[in-house]
Design a protein around this ligand. Sequence first.
Ligand SMILES: [Zn+2]
Length: 391
Amino acid sequence: MTSTIIHGIRSLVTNEAALGQPHDPLGAVEDAALVVEGDRVVWAGREADAPAADAAHDVEGRAVVPGFVDSHSHLVYAGDRTQEFNARMSGRPYSAGGIRTTVAATRDASDEALSATLARHIREALRQGTTTLETKSGYGLTVPQEARAVRIAAALTDEVTYLGAHIVAPEYADDPDAYVAEVTGPMLDACAPYARWVDVFCEKGAFDGDQARAVLTAGRARGLEPRVHANQLSYGPGVQLAVELGAASADHCTHLTGEDVDALGQGDTVATLLPGCEFSTRAEYPDARRLLDAGATVALSTDCNPGSSFTSSVPFCVAIAVREMGMTPDEAVWAATAGGARALRRTDVGRLGPGAYADFAVLDAPSHVHLAYRPGVPLVTDVWRRGVRTV
Ligand SMILES: [Zn+2]
């Protein structure tokens, strides 16, 4: 197999603690190189120590970071919510359409249209350095509609989440428990073959703690691993439920009690923070500092969706997390790469050491700190995925 050395790296984030200075979780290496064979990294370290390779690619003094791992998006959708955003940002009331607007448009869209929209967003994210992207169903809310959503997603990404429990389907507005029976019964049967994860929006107006537990335990019994939309809009049982059930991730974590923070600090469930959502709804940001100080593992993701967070830019989320949420640039970059990988229970992405996929972004900057220091600037110049330069 042909090997390629990527060299001339001014600063390399590996997320391999053993490769960097003591007590640096980023495992940062200066004047570094990477050796890639096939789709994998086979060596990382100081360029002066690099082994010989068959081919060479010089990044000319730029920084390299692992490809971003965006562990939370909702991109199997159709329709447009520009007017809703415009109304919200203009201080005008808007009808309580929300997710239901997207559900109606999605149900009317063809498979081809849904697939093309998802592919366009994956490409848009890739251009910004995202090499692993999770996405969810949740805008169909009937058995055939949810099943086609996860099937379409599974054709384009490995990380597919079944979110039949996004909101109660409009047809079941008067009988939410009957909808939960649908979600945990025939809809789960139809979706499980295409999904890795089961998720529920545990929130007032969506699903309560008992309903969320039913959804997650039924999914787990069918081999899906739980993750939870938890404590986004209000205090509630989502985080505690996620930790109790051993969910991979509790997502949002905006309204947390001390007990919630302690549970995340002591458990294995990752706290996935989605600041694009608070940005786009003018809400208060989650307190990343409080979670980190309690020992929680924090991930940063976009929550990219047409309603509450229509950004696919992980660097934008990194910049907000540093400016508004008490994270250091190092912590935010770790959270957007290794943290996202933890939230998806992946060890083959989110790091650049031997055995990992050769997924990385080249920055037109000397250091990863510029992702926060130069907000809004398109610093990602090249993206390699699975050992191939794709951007
Ligand atoms: Zn979400």
